[in-house]
Write a protein that binds this ligand. Structure first.
Ligand code: SF4
Length: 479
């Protein structure tokens, strides 16, 4: 059941815009950017906007009224995960109107999916004319404006300079964070982790004023009891502690969408426990401080152990640790360090679960040129990363619960992330690494020469490529 203040009834003459989220309802409804788009489009006199989710009629009928997708004039897709492309291709078979996509995947590299859309929104649409243009557009030519890429030339990302607005009325539903009000407290990140695409495509750092956030929360007193604070690095908000304390004071449970171990001091953890936190997720990313420095994570083993110790004292029972394998310059010794770190955490007599992902070198990051698995020869790299994965499963399952993501699946993700238009041929098939190899697409797993032109070079995110190259050399040593 959801509490939706925006439902609009269809009447003749309204332009129908489908807001399509090709993944689960619970994550789609938690996306506050999509909520803004939905509310804004429905506020326009001549438009009705309805939502589509993969687990509701397979995205083929709307969530609100069950209207078929094919009856809509415009389909506006949100591309949050590259693996959703396979769903997108199926959904679009039923649609003949204007096809537009936005979201982080469009902002990172839309080339692999470009053939299926007429246009891509590159950036954040609030305070721009993009939604008004989309609402009026009858053809692709009508979509010409700043922030919309019409599949040729360069495009500069758009974004609001200040976050001095907020969606005061939002849909309250059971979402991935539970039934809660979502408070997006900022965009961009003050840190410079070299593997992180989020900071690159949402820069510059912008925080929301706590006054605006508290006022928004006040409107929901008695409606929901929980608030989720959302930002790439939530606890870096300069007034994070004051904000959490005030929200607790006015009667809410509060949980942050992300936590960094170096921000988890006694006071913060005490507040978070008062706010209802019972388990803590920490991302050491790697086992050794050497590799954490390569990633520029700004986190040491001491920070991690301290955070667990303080958390345990404050009453937190469970700790989830996230790691990656397959990084450049990673040795087997570094992988062993993951086991040692987990054992150290485990020795503090807390419950631990571990999640391990193969590293995906993302476009626009300083590590974008590195080979998948971190090893130059892809075949050797795939063998070696599996050896490292098997070692971790064997050793870690002796001390805790372990979840390890598939090496093949993340290889496909890398191809979808770093590929060009050629990758589209993989999207209509049942994806497998073997098929990708047959189609000559595993070349996108290779190390990329620093002087190559990249499929995503046409997107201007406001950074200089030379700066990324400098960072790459600083991290990895040399080409
Ligand atoms: S702290 Fe998190 S969001 Fe910020 S740069 Fe690092 S990984 Fe990205």
């Amino acid at each position: 059941m959801e509490d939706n203040p925006f439902v609009k009834r269809w009447r003749k003459g309204l332009r129908r815009i489908a807001l399509v989220y090709p993944n689960a309802y619970s994550s789609g409804v938690a996306n506050i950017g999509l909520q803004f788009i939905y509310a804004y489009l429905n506020s326009l006199e001549n438009v009705i906007c309805e939502r589509f989710y993969l687990d509701v009629h397979n995205c083929l009928r709307s969530f609100e009224s069950g209207t078929p997708l094919k009856d809509f004039d415009v389909a506006l897709f949100s591309l949050q995960f590259e693996e959703d492309y396979f769903n997108v291709v199926k959904i679009l078979k039923a649609f003949k109107g204007l096809k537009i996509a936005g979201g982080p995947c469009a902002m990172i590299n839309p080339m692999p999916i470009s053939k299926y859309f007429d246009a891509f929104v590159i950036g954040e649409v609030e305070n721009s004319v993009v939604l008004d243009i989309i609402a009026e557009a009858k053809s692709v030519e009508d979509l010409k404006c700043e922030g919309i890429w019409l599949k040729e030339g360069r495009v500069k990302r758009i974004y609001p300079k200040k976050l001095d607005f907020y969606l005061r009325r939002q849909i309250i539903a059971d979402n991935v964070f539970g039934r809660c009000l979502i408070l997006e407290i900022g965009r961009g990140c003050v840190r410079r982790c070299r593997f992180c695409v989020v900071r690159q495509i949402y820069s510059p750092l912008r925080w929301r004023d706590t006054k605006l956030l508290i006022e928004t929360a006040e409107d929901y007193r008695g409606v929901v009891d929980k608030i989720c604070l959302v930002a790439p690095s939530t606890l870096d908000h300069p007034k994070a502690k004051e904000l959490i304390a005030q929200l607790i004071d006015i009667g809410f449970l509060v949980s942050p969408s992300s936590t960094r171990a170096d921000k988890l001091d006694e006071e913060t953890l005490e507040l978070l426990v008062m706010g209802g936190l019972r388990s803590l997720t920490i991302a050491p990313e790697v086992g050794s401080d050497k590799l954490r420095d390569l990633l520029n994570k700004g986190l040491s083993e001491e920070h991690i152990i301290n955070a667990v110790e303080i958390g345990r004292e404050k009453g937190i029972k469970g700790f989830k640790l996230y790691f990656m394998i397959g990084l450049p310059n990673e040795s087997f010794e570094d992988v062993k360090e993951i086991v040692k770190l987990v054992e150290k955490v485990r020795s503090l007599k807390v419950e631990v679960s571990v999640s391990i992902n193969p590293f995906v070198p993302k476009p626009h990051t300083p590590l974008q040129w590195t080979p998948y698995t971190g090893i130059e020869n892809v075949e050797e790299g795939l063998k070696e990363i599996k050896r490292r994965r098997d070692y971790l499963i064997k050793e870690l399952s002796k001390v805790c619960e372990v979840n390890v993501e598939s090496v093949e699946r993340f290889a496909i993700q890398t191809i979808l992330s770093r590929g060009n238009e050629d990758v589209s041929k993989l999207l209509e098939a049942k994806p497998s690494l073997r098929l990708a190899k047959k189609m000559n697409l595993t070349r996108f797993l290779n190390k990329i020469p620093l002087d190559s032109e990249l499929p995503w070079d046409f997107i201007d995110h406001g950074y200089k490529k030379e700066r990324l190259i400098d960072e790459f050399i600083r991290a990895v040593g040399s080409e």
